[in-house]
Each structure stands twice: as structure tokens, then as C-alpha cells.
Design a protein around this ligand. Structure first.
Ligand code: EPZ
Length: 430
């Protein structure tokens, strides 16, 4: 199992090219199920999750090539994907595949839209509690889907003639449920209204791609989506938007270590709340043509308070990295996590490095310490892993981050990008 070794204490200086967004690439790949034509996606990041979804789509019948080559075990770099789902030969998404990656549950909507039936494993381990996907299922029911749960699977079908437009009002904002229902509604008969939709930039990116494919969608980038169903969609060429979470992670790494880094390709409009908070903490942010310049000199940062919220609020996917950025900041910073109940698994690991964090319920208080020291730490989930890397970059001595496969799910070549800016970081492969 790969590990990452970091020798802390170096500033970061240089340029980091931001990759395509994982959380847009995944639903965009899934959108290829909606057409028998070829969907070409450019700027797809080379990540473990992308490879895993490729395998799931192939299981449904999607032929997928990368820049003209057939993919091997993992996708190659560089990545223009051609996805063609001429025929869907299997509408089942099996447990072995869906359990590895939650986003694969989003095949449900497009399979129902195009094939009028689907059998998709519930994601995660909880087969009887429908709560984690209740919003997806309730939304699809509003479009006429008949849904049963059987042996851990969602068995769904439509009435004769397929899905029918309807009004979906989500009681709380869900990125996944919005994707699933949007991907279903584009092929439903008549008009669908999705209220309290998530407005994350990745949803806008998917909606814009669907429009290129012939879908009729109003209200893109807002919390109300109006969709006029069409009978079929066509192929299109689309470029995946830059990864705002990757950009925010590197911005916070620079803020922690000090230095001066240009985040090439980062879109500041996708990161406004995080950038505002960093400015409040004392980081210098300059919006430039083609990216964001992040600078921190010798000046000390100030403690700040943050609460995670759906977009345009501060993203939960940057909460752990933000915490790592504040570990050496004198005074007490506060982080409140409102999206996920238990997204503080990095706290215990950061404390192994000497961090002073007290956690109670959904709130963590970080009191700046004079120094962190390198330690053996364990990556517990994707974004938590990134916070451990930031901790390692500022800690004295060597940090070993174990279970790096979590990082590989969502950060493309992280050690290469950081070492090109002066970090002492290497992958230890076994
Ligand atoms: C997406 O997950 C992202 N994943 C997550 O990123 C991200 O943290 C999250 O949105 C919030 O921004 C991808 O895009 C692949 P939700 P998703 O449905 O769609 C509750 C990463 O690190 N809920 O918006 O699964 C849910 O429990 C990942 O890249 C229900 O109650 O998140 C949570 O509390 C991690 N019922 C809240 O809504 C439902 O049916 C928001 O979840 C669905 C969700």
C-alpha cells in the first residue's frame, strides 16, 4: 500500500496547474448513458474514482476510449474521453461496484430516463435505511418512477412511455439527488421543476453539457431548474471545469507554509467564500488572468470562524484543509460542519502531530500551537487526507501519511505538484 513521506518546513513557490474537477467529471461520464452518440469529455482528471466509474459504465455497455486508445487498468493521463453508449445491455449496477464509490448511484436517473428501468445497489452498507438516498428516490418518484427496495438494491421502473415531468421540491440541498433527478428529467415527457436544487458549479457544468447534447434546461447555476424533456439526446464535446476543491486545497497549503503560488486554471468565482475567508485570515489573494495568485509572506495569520454550507457557502470538501491551515495560527479558530454529521476524522490524526483541537458535536476549535511535529498518520477519507498532507508540510521532521489510496481518489499527482513548488514529498510504493 502506497504511503507519502513529507519532510516539513519548506515554503511553496511556483505554479500549480489545476486539474479537471472530479465531482464534475463523474456525473459528466454518467451523462453519456443518455445518448447512443459519442460524448467527448476533455480535461478529465486521472483519478482512481474516474477509473472505477469507467469500469461501471462499461458494465452497462458504454464503450470508452481515452484519446483514441482503449483504457487499460487505469486511465491514462491527459485525458480526452470518448464515451459511447450505443446500446445499454445491462441496467444493473452491482453492489461490488457501487459500494466502492457513492457517485455511481447516479446512474439510476439516466438509466430510468433512457431504458425505463434500472436495478442499482444502494451505496454504502446501510441496506434498510433509505435516508442517505431518500431524496434521490423521492425525486425520481415525482417523475413517475416506481421504486422498490430488494436485497440492498433499488429496483426502479417507469410507467409505459417512460418518465413524466413533475415538480420536485427538495427539503434539503443535495448535490447527488440534484444530479440524479436532472439526469433523469432531461428525457422525461413534459416539464420538470426542481426546487431547492443544489447550485454547486459541478451541477452547472453537467447542465451545460446536457444542453450541448440537446437538453432544454433553464435556471442553470440557480436553486430552481426547469427542464423541458426531449425524446433523445445527441453527442457533444465538453471540457470539464477546473477542480475548485483541488485549487482551494493548494491555496490553503500555501497559506500554511508561506510562499507564493499561481493556481493556473483555477476559477475564483467557484471559490469566493473560501478566498474571502483566507483574505480575512491575512492571506494575499490576487485574481489574475487564467488563475489565482496566493501569497503569504512572514506576516502572521489571524484566527477566523467558518461554517460549511452548500454553494456558494464555504464547501465541506475544504473544511479539513482549512483546519490544517489554522493549526499554527495564534488564537482560536472555529470550524462548524453543517453538511455531514461526522466529518472530523482528521482531528485525531492532526492531534498526533501536536495540533490543539477540541471538538464538540459539529464544532471544532483550533488553538494555534508554536509548532507541529512529524508523525505517522492515517488517511481516513479523501479530503481529510489532504489536511494531513498540509499538516506534514508545516510540521518539523518527517510525516508519513498511510492509506494514500484515499488521496488518489481525488487529487491528481499531488506529490508531483507540491514537489515542483519546493515541498519535500515523495511517494513510498510497496
Ligand atoms: C457530493 O456528495 C460530493 N460528491 C461530496 O464530495 C460533497 O462533500 C457533497 O456533495 C456536499 O457538497 C460528489 O460530487 C461525487 P449531498 P453527495 O447529497 O451528493 C444528506 C468529495 O470529497 N442527504 O449533497 O453524496 C447527506 O447525508 C465528496 O469529493 C440525505 O439526507 O452529498 C448530507 O448530510 C465527499 N438524503 C447532505 O444531504 C439524500 O438522499 C448533503 O449530501 C441525500 C443526501
Amino acid at each position: 500500500m502506497d504511503r507519502i513521506k513529507i519532510t516539513g518546513g519548506q515554503q511553496l513557490n511556483g505554479t500549480i496547474a489545476i486539474s479537471g474537477a472530479k465531482n464534475a467529471a463523474l456525473p459528466l461520464m454518467i451523462a453519456s448513458l443518455l445518448t447512443s452518440d459519442t460524448l467527448t469529455l476533455k480535461n478529465v482528471p486521472n483519478l482512481a474514482d474516474v477509473g472505477q466509474l469507467g469500469r461501471i459504465l462499461r458494465n452497462h455497455g458504454t464503450d470508452f476510449t481515452i484519446a483514441g486508445k482503449r483504457p487499460g487498468k487505469s486511465p491514462m493521463q491527459g485525458e480526452t474521453f470518448h464515451l459511447t453508449s450505443r446500446d445499454i445491455w445491462d441496467t444493473t449496477a452491482p453492489y461490488e461496484m457501487v459500494s466502492k464509490m457513492r457517485a455511481s448511484f447516479w446512474v439510476l436517473g439516466p438509466l430510468l430516463g433512457r431504458e425505463h428501468k434500472a436495478r442499482v445497489s444502494l451505496p454504502g452498507g446501510c441496506a434498510i435505511g433509505t435516508r442517505p438516498v431518500d431524496l434521490h428516490l423521492e425525486g425520481l418518484k415525482k417523475l413517475g418512477a416506481k421504486i422498490e427496495l430488494e436485497d440492498g438494491y433499488v429496483i426502479a421502473r417507469t410507467p409505459r412511455g417512460g418518465l413524466k415531468g413533475g415538480k420536485i421540491t427538495f427539503p434539503l440541498i443535495s448535490v447527488g439527488a440534484t444530479h440524479n433527478c436532472l439526469l433523469a428529467a432531461v428525457l422525461a415527457r413534459g416539464e420538470t421543476l426542481i426546487e431547492n436544487a443544489a447550485a454547486e458549479p459541478e451541477i452547472g457544468d453537467v447542465a451545460r453539457c446536457l444542453v450541448k447534447m440537446g437538453a432544454k434546461i433553464e435556471g442553470i447555476d440557480t436553486h430552481t431548474l426547469k427542464i423541458q424533456g426531449v425524446t433523445q439526446l445527441e453527442g457533444a464535446v465538453h471540457t470539464v471545469l477546473p477542480d475548485r476543491i483541488e485549487a482551494g486545497t493548494y491555496a490553503m497549503a500555501v497559506a500554511a507554509t508561506g510562499g507564493d503560488v499561481f493556481l493556473e486554471g483555477a476559477d475564483p468565482t467557484h471559490l469566493q467564500s473560501a478566498l474571502d475567508l483566507m483574505v480575512e485570515a491575512g492571506v494575499t489573494i490576487k485574481i489574475k488572468k487564467g488563475g489565482i495568485q496566493v501569497t503569504r509572506g512572514k506576516e502572521a495569520l489571524k484566527p477566523v470562524q467558518v461554517e460549511t454550507q452548500p454553494f456558494p457557502g464555504f464547501p465541506t470538501d475544504l473544511q479539513a484543509q482549512f483546519m490544517a491551515m489554522m493549526l499554527l495560527v495564534k488564537g482560536t479558530s472555529t470550524v462548524r460542519e453543517t453538511i455531514f454529521e461526522n466529518r472530523f476524522m482528521h482531528v485525531a490524526e492532526l492531534m498526533r502531530m501536536g495540533a490543539d483541537i477540541s471538538q464538540s458535536g459539529d464544532t471544532a476549535q483550533i488553538t494555534g500551537v508554536d509548532e507541529l511535529h512529524g508523525a505517522q498518520v492515517m488517511a481516513t477519507d479523501l479530503r481529510a487526507s489532504a489536511s494531513l498532507v498540509i499538516g506534514g508540510l508545516v510540521a518539523k521532521g518527517d510525516t508519513i501519511v498511510n492509506r494514500v489510496y484515499h488521496l488518489d481518489r481525488g487529487f491528481e499527482r499531488i506529490e508531483e505538484k507540491l514537489s515542483a513548488c519546493g515541498a519535500i514529498i515523495e511517494r513510498l510504493s510497496e
